[in-house]
Design a protein around this ligand. Sequence first.
Ligand code: DC
Length: 204
Amino acid sequence: MLGFTVAIDGPAAAGKGTVGRAVAAHFGFAHLDTGLLYRAVGAKVLNGVTAEEAAETLKARDLESDQLRTSAVAEAASRAAAIPAVRSALVDFQRSFAMRAGGAVLDGRDIGTVICPDAQVKLFITATPEVRAARRFAELSRVDPTVTLEGVLADVQARDARDSSRAEAPLRPAEDAELMDTSTMDIEAAVARAIALVNARRGE
Ligand code: DC
């Protein structure tokens, strides 16, 4: 199956990664968490490299650092992601990944709108900021006992506002995306819905 692409967009901690991984595993598709590209750029910025240079020289091994999941890196990633030259440096890699034989799932903020506007399946997965902050808090507090729910909620809201209001490729659903709200739908139901949508398109 050449170039079957599933595009998953939405704000932080809405369940994109969980749904993306499950869909990829079910169909044997490759999965790319595009947030990791921006996080790797953000991590380099925190180490003193300019965001543009970091994006232009990004290597596969930069995506493997275990520092990429911290709130400081998420914040730096969101800032770097507003810079047009950073976004354009990362486009080719994402598009080649999307077109690989055997199918691909990409999750991020602009996959259905900018990176893969022709994706066969587009999902926009969201949840209230409170639900998303509670999920992120449960993950982060396991490794960092100093995090607070209020702090995580404030970070989530600041990042949503920046990612949605930037001029270049802002976070928004593609017109033809299927919307899923995981504050009212559990993750198993979201995965089942996503798998059904892929099956429907593959059968066409
Ligand atoms: O999905 P995440 O939380 O790992 O993403 C980190 C930041 O990267 C996010 O705040 C916005 C940015 N990002 C983006 O602008 N476009 C993408 N396709 C993926 C992430």
